[in-house]
Design a protein around this ligand. Structure first.
Ligand code: COA
Length: 190
């Protein structure tokens, strides 16, 4: 069974059938799927059902997916592939929920889970060069660029230039500790 992760504003949990309507609505937005590798456009109910079946077959083995829930329902997802090798993080949020720091919060919780559940030294990510919001999220978490690449996009039916980034376990722990210290200082001042 997947762990349930809680942050100040979000719950990360196993996606289930109750998420299908939200998945179709939010992942069906081309502004979301065009930045992703394996989400088709148009995104129909059957795609959501297939994704849930895929999760059931792979979760906890080679992959792990979490629904991001703002406590009104699913607003996005974060997942890890290649869990037994160098895990690779992927994520998306529905457009109405962008720009509120939600993905930074969700990805931080998911990475904390990853590094405490697996003894991997690092995690990788790939983002299209035309995706500054995702690159900003990754850099804030401590990811650093390692290579240029080419990222397939099912929704676009082609590949886009990308950057491959890597986060070392030690960098993540240091970044997290520094952020906690800054928060503590802020609370003491206020
Ligand atoms: C990428 C995505 C997950 C970001 O989610 P989010 O909750 O809005 O992200 P956050 O609010 O936590 O952080 C976004 C950061 O990007 C910055 N940003 C947003 N748009 C930007 C732009 N056009 N140029 C530069 N920076 C930008 C924000 O200022 C913020 O940084 P800050 O906290 O230092 O101010 C969301 O836009 C999304 O789902 N997009 C479509 C799918 C996708 O791109 N998935 C990732 C594939 S690699």
């Amino acid at each position: 069974m997947t762990d349930i992760l809680r942050t100040a504003r979000l719950t990360l949990r196993t996606p289930d059938e109750s998420d299908i309507d939200r998945l179709v609505e939010l992942a069906g937005d081309f502004e979301v799927s065009k930045m992703l590798a394996v989400v088709p456009h148009p995104y129909e109910r059957r795609h959501a059902v297939e994704w849930l079946a895929h999760i059931r077959a792979t979760d906890g083995k080679d992959e792990q997916a979490f629904a991001i829930d703002d406590r009104t329902g699913l607003i996005g997802a974060v997942s890890f592939g290649k869990l037994r090798e160098t895990p690779r993080i992927g994520y998306w949020l529905g457009r109405p929920f962008w720009g509120r720091g939600y993905m930074s919060e969700a990805a931080h919780a998911a990475l904390t889970w990853l590094f405490s559940s697996f003894d991997t030294d690092a995690v990788e990510a790939e983002a299209m060069t035309e995706n500054p919001a995702s690159l900003a999220v990754l850099r804030k978490l401590g990811f650093e660029e390692t290579a240029s690449g080419s990222c397939a996009s099912q929704a676009r039916g082609g590949a886009m230039p990308s950057l491959v980034l890597r986060l070392e376990r030690n960098t993540f722990l240091t970044t997290t500790q520094e952020a906690t210290e800054r928060e503590t200082e802020k609370e003491l001042v206020e």
